[in-house]
Write a protein that binds this ligand. Structure first.
Ligand SMILES: Nc1ncnc2c1ncn2[C@@H]1O[C@H](COP(=O)(O)OP(=O)(O)OP(=O)(O)O)[C@@H](O)[C@H]1O
Length: 500
């Protein structure tokens, strides 16, 4: 682990390497203090030159901006490296990515493909509503957990666009495409032929390629060069009209490249996608893989498509209230030092508030075998925050007994929530009935469902004894009664009591 700074390994216990991208390495790790499993990404030489510095800066800014959306990866923390050149990012951990899943073959059933597509659309609808485009959507940037929850990652190429760029290419004020190097196989035709204006349609093209890849079980346009990529696309999608070619191709070279490629023998998309294809899936792919970006389905409309109808829930398909703002114009290139300094400045400022939607509101996952999986997750989340409050109340109660030894034990508890095993001897000497089983469970961090249930029962029993604020009691009681699901009214009560 010599490639990881010592001050990082002091915070995180590094487990295994999860992946390597063009810009960094990602490890699975455990936060030594909170015990939370995370993914730590090290971006090597993050400020090597202006392009890399801008990329690093964008990735962090956009991740912070979109933080809290259930389908966008959550950036927990940012750490400087000792050499001032690398940067470490701490992310929520996801078990795998879509590339790995597709590669393994036959893991995704139809319902999973629909659910993944729905979640990707939800995330893209959100970022597009803030007038940002991701520009690098591909299966390895779609992270998944075992319940088929999916989160978009890697915002290094994301860009904000002006309002009028939504509807048209070449509109006045559209930023130009100077530094665009997204993965070729998922690149829209207008990018391949160097149309230097771009729209949200480029993300919709990539989503079309990703859906097609889930259906076919392999990449549908694996071009070996830019020209070969155009040829592969044009050999599959319907031949564009002269009007479409005029809209998309701003140069004669691009136009002849498209015309030449269109004249080759066609393999229609349904042949590429294989037999027994769901007609709705084919229809959605066909409406995304359209030559003219203005005619491609938008994320908003795609969410209403029959293919994802099973999951469509408008209240969950949230949008941004205003454009995503980044500290300086995306078209202005700053010096490497400016990017670095601005980033360090940001790191010391408070993180933006989460959007008001959370994982807890996610619908039932089709991969979760029973609803108990979801309940278990809910219980863990609820428990995490209740535990802190509960422990404080426990401590307060003991301190009030003005027993000096107890006060010191309580302080240890407060510093190290739940970790009171080492003090059990002191506790027994004090003849205090402290729920040892509970302490042990908390110390061992046991997470099985049965343990969780009995832990919550114990906490509840003990809590009654402590009998502190009514609100906390009610909240906890409701949590326990429902095996981990806390009612909205109890939550409101907790909040009112300033406990949340
Ligand atoms: N939060 C995470 N949890 C689990 N695995 C992750 C996480 N983030 C990234 N990974 C894994 O690490 C790989 C590389 O991550 P990422 O795409 O962020 O790096 P990159 O250097 O920007 O890659 P690229 O070459 O695609 O630009 C991902 O494909 C994924 O397999």
């Amino acid at each position: 682990m010599s490639e990881i700074d010592e001050h990082i390994t002091r915070v995180y216990e590094i487990h295994k390497r999860l992946g390597k991208g063009a810009y960094g390495i990602v490890w699975k790790a455990k936060n030594r203090k909170t015990k939370e499993i995370v993914a730590v990404k090290k971006i090597f030489d993050a400020f090597r030159n202006q392009t890399d510095a801008q990329r690093t800066f964008r990735e962090i800014i956009f991740l912070r901006t979109f933080r809290g959306h259930p389908n966008i990866i959550d950036l927990h923390s940012i750490h400087r490296a000792a050499n001032n050149r690398d940067i470490y990012l701490g992310f929520e951990y996801m078990e795998t990515d879509l590339h790995n899943i597709i590669k393994k073959g036959n893991i995704l059933k139809d319902i999973h493909k629909k659910y993944v597509m729905y979640q990707m659309l939800k995330a893209i609808r959100y970022i597009h509503s803030g007038n940002v485009i991701h520009r690098d959507l591909k299966p390895s940037n779609v992270l998944l957990d075992s319940s088929c929850r999916c989160k978009i990652a890697d915002f290094g190429l994301a860009r904000s666009i002006t309002e009028n760029a939504d509807g048209g290419i070449g509109g006045a004020g559209d930023p130009t495409l100077t530094d665009y190097v997204a993965t070729r196989w998922y690149r829209a035709p207008e990018i391949l032929i160097a149309n230097r204006r771009y729209t949200k349609g480029i993300d919709m093209w990539s989503l079309g390629c990703i859906l097609a890849e889930m259906l076919a079980g392999k990449p549908i346009f694996p071009g070996s060069s830019t020209v070969n990529q155009v040829e592969k696309i044009m050999a599959t999608i319907p031949t564009p009209s002269q009007r479409d070619i005029n809209v998309v191709c701003i140069s004669g070279v691009g136009s002849s490249m498209i015309k030449n490629a269109s004249s080759v023998h066609k393999t229609p998309i349904d042949t590429l996608l294989g037999p027994n294809l769901d007609p709705n899936a084919l229809d959605l792919v066909s409406q995304l893989l359209i030559f003219n970006p203005l005619d491609r389905l938008t994320a908003k409309d795609a969410l209403k498509h029959e293919y994802v109808a099973k999951f469509h829930e408008p209240s969950q398909e949230i949008t941004m209230k205003s454009n995503a703002v980044i500290p300086f114009s995306d078209d202005v290139r700053l010096s490497v030092d400016d990017y670095r300094n601005k980033l360090y400045e940001l790191m010391s400022s408070p993180r933006p508030k989460n959007v008001k939607i959370s994982h807890l509101k996610n619908g039932k996952s089709p991969i979760a075998p029973t609803s108990s999986d979801i309940q278990y997750r809910l219980a863990r989340n609820t428990e995490r925050y209740l535990k802190g409050h509960l422990q404080k109340e426990v401590n307060k109660s003991y301190i009030s007994q003005s027993e000096p030894k107890m006060a010191s034990v309580a302080k240890t508890c407060e510093r190290n929530v739940g970790n009171i095993k080492s003090d059990s001897r002191v506790l027994s000497k004090c003849n205090v009935q402290f729920p040892r089983e509970l302490c042990r469970m908390q110390v061992s961090g046991d997470n099985t469902r049965a343990k969780l249930k009995s832990r919550s029962e114990l906490m509840n029993k003990h809590f009654k004894k402590v009998d502190s604020t009514k609100a906390l009691y009610n909240g906890f009681n409701s949590y326990n009664k429902n095996h981990g699901i806390i009612s909205q009214s109890a939550l409101t009560e907790l909040k009112a009591a300033g406990l949340r």
